[in-house]
Design a protein around this ligand. Structure first.
Ligand SMILES: [Zn+2]
Length: 230
């Protein structure tokens, strides 16, 4: 009885609302209400993972295998609203829930034992310390639970080099965006890797990461993002 009282009180002070429509959430709902969950623009990339417009996008940039995204990205649409919540509204648990929802779909479509490890695209260290978390890692953690796969932070943003220190700060930031390296502890040899990120626009970042993994012995790399398209 007392516990219920405390919970009611907390709900009153810190109301839990759907992050898309704002309606107050039932006890069994997290982040999104059931109606909004049911109307998410879920793609069917998992049905054509090696032959779709995202594969066309990365052609020539990297020799990745499958390319999939959970949601169709549309400007001003629900997927963009969700990405905004992840980036600017301190919602790591939303990224994780999206990962577990997509992981469930992948599981049901035969991807359960496909990969050895999930690796997220690392965030720029400055961005990560400002945000407090890497949304791609959180998305990966949700996938990792649903697919019973381990997640490793196997990549890191490259450190400043001698030549980079002579450039302007802006140039360096720009440069670092495309510089990725393997974290020391990681052994990728012969592994099938699921590389995850929040959104795929040009695919350049994902491909830069995939190329580092492939150059360091990964058997194959597949890409999954929360949203893509446009
Ligand atoms: Zn809602």
């Amino acid at each position: 009885m007392r516990l219920f009282f405390v919970k009611d009180f907390l709900d009153l002070v810190f109301p839990r609302n759907c992050l898309l429509c704002g309606r107050s959430l039932y006890d069994h709902e997290n982040n999104l209400c059931t109606i909004c969950k049911g109307t998410l623009p879920v793609t069917s990339y998992h049905l054509r993972p090696v032959d779709n417009d995202l594969c066309d996008k990365v052609k020539g940039l990297s020799t990745v295998g499958m390319v999939m995204a959970y949601l169709k990205f549309t400007k001003g649409g629900n997927s963009q609203k969700l990405l905004h919540q992840l980036k600017y509204r301190n919602k790591p648990q939303l990224a994780k829930e999206l990962g577990s929802m997509y992981g469930k779909i992948l599981n049901e479509n035969g991807f359960a034992n496909y990969w050895d490890v999930i690796i997220p695209v690392p965030l720029h260290p400055l961005k990560q310390s400002r945000r407090g978390y890497n949304q791609s890692e959180q998305f990966g953690l949700g996938l990792s639970e649903a697919l019973s796969l381990k997640l490793e932070n196997g990549l890191q943003r490259g450190k400043f080099t001698e030549t980079q220190t002579q450039k302007s700060r802006l140039q360096r930031m720009d440069n670092m965006d495309d510089v990725f390296e393997i974290s020391n502890y990681n052994n990728l040899s012969g592994k099938s890797i699921l590389l995850v990120d929040d959104v795929m626009t040009t695919g350049a970042t994902l491909c830069a990461c995939a190329n580092v993994l492939l150059a360091n012995g990964a058997k194959n790399v597949d890409l999954v993002t929360i949203a893509a398209g446009g």
